[in-house]
Design a protein around this ligand. Sequence first.
Ligand code: SF4
Length: 469
Amino acid sequence: MWYALMQKSLCYLNLAGKGVVIMTADILEERKKSIISSDFCCHGDGKGISCEKVSVSGSVSQRACVYCGARVVLNPITDAFHIIHGPIGCSSYTWDIRGSLTSGSDLFRNSFSTDLKERDIIFGGTKILETAIDEVVAKHDAKLIFVYATCIVGVIGDDIEAVCRAAEAKYNILVIPVKAPGFSGTKSQGYKLACDAIMKVIMPAFDGSKIPGSINILGDYNLSGEMWIMQGYFQRLGIKVNATITGDASLETLQTASKSVLNIVQCAGSSTYLAKRMEQEWGIPYIKVSFFGIEDTSNSLLRVAAALGDEAVMKKAETMTKIESSKLQDFLTKYKPKLAGKKAAIYVGGGFKAISLIRQFNELGIETVVVGTQTGQKEEYDIIRELSSPGTIIMDDANPSELETFMKEKKADILVGGVKERPLAYKLGVAFCDHNHERKHALSGYDGVKNFVEEINLSINSPVWELLA
Ligand code: SF4
């Protein structure tokens, strides 16, 4: 349906005295406040971008649903079981959705579904859900089960909380309801539901004790082993990583999370709410970090060391960041001439990742001409605007039609996005880099800088694009 919304023409207006060209694209009226130019609000009321809102009906948003938002956060817990109460399609949609690696069990990569049919929707599906829980416990000796209510369950009103309570009492395990009908809000709502569910996992183990100098890493999902890269850096600094949430986590490690003295938040969109709840419950302060790119990785390591207030750790961090940054300079010098002057479009989940990517592209001499996020926040968009060069298009909750329009208009050479953006880039004859769940190479930390630059170079400078001429 999205192609029906494609713009046929763009109209340009020169603003006297501003030196700015405003584009009035044929986009949905309700969407105009969510698309701005970095140097001037080309749409909307001139007060900045409109964000953190539900998607405009009919705009064919690239966002995932509430249920998907919850599932992607909880899925990497390696010994958890996920029962999707709903039609099989919901289960299939998020089956093995992340490339999260595990050092333990890999049963989490399965999707268990109650596979509701028309008859169940008429007469209710709670009995099927009870049977599904019984089966998972009997076959897999499950200790932690998440039960998701999907759209149709939200409509028919099955009481999944009562079923989960009864199962917990019957088996003396954690069976946590996640009431996430896809229609009930935005993907961000799903993140919050997942964070609430994680709190229910941690809470029962709270005993008031602390592990001095220890941290939890929140909002890293161990995609292609990225969590392990971070853990390696912290080990070199002498910082103990306690719970990882949720990349390569387990029930046992999650239940130590209240003992840490600091939370660091990598994916701010999905996990800041959890960090706030842990601060309220157990007084654990948090800082937001980003391990994408040299600048952000170094800054984050130094800020974590400073937040812990340990002089020895701070000294080690200063030395390590200098050594690791300088090691990469020759590598960057080799690639910069191949990439300088290229133009990038970015469309990712959260604002913090977009900010890091703009900085990474700046380091490489690549100009970011279009940047958008699914769930970015006002403060993040303010930083994006400051970092962007004049005329960069900034979009919240974009749809494919808008992405296409502005990528063409700004002549982007590469799109950085996720699986839903990949076909769009290739159809436009534009290079692509997957920076989302399905990425095959670790893109975090100093190690990730190499992978990122090599991937960007291979895609942008691929000879295949010459065939389009
Ligand atoms: S929960 Fe609703 S929106 Fe989400 S996958 Fe299932 S049916 Fe689709």
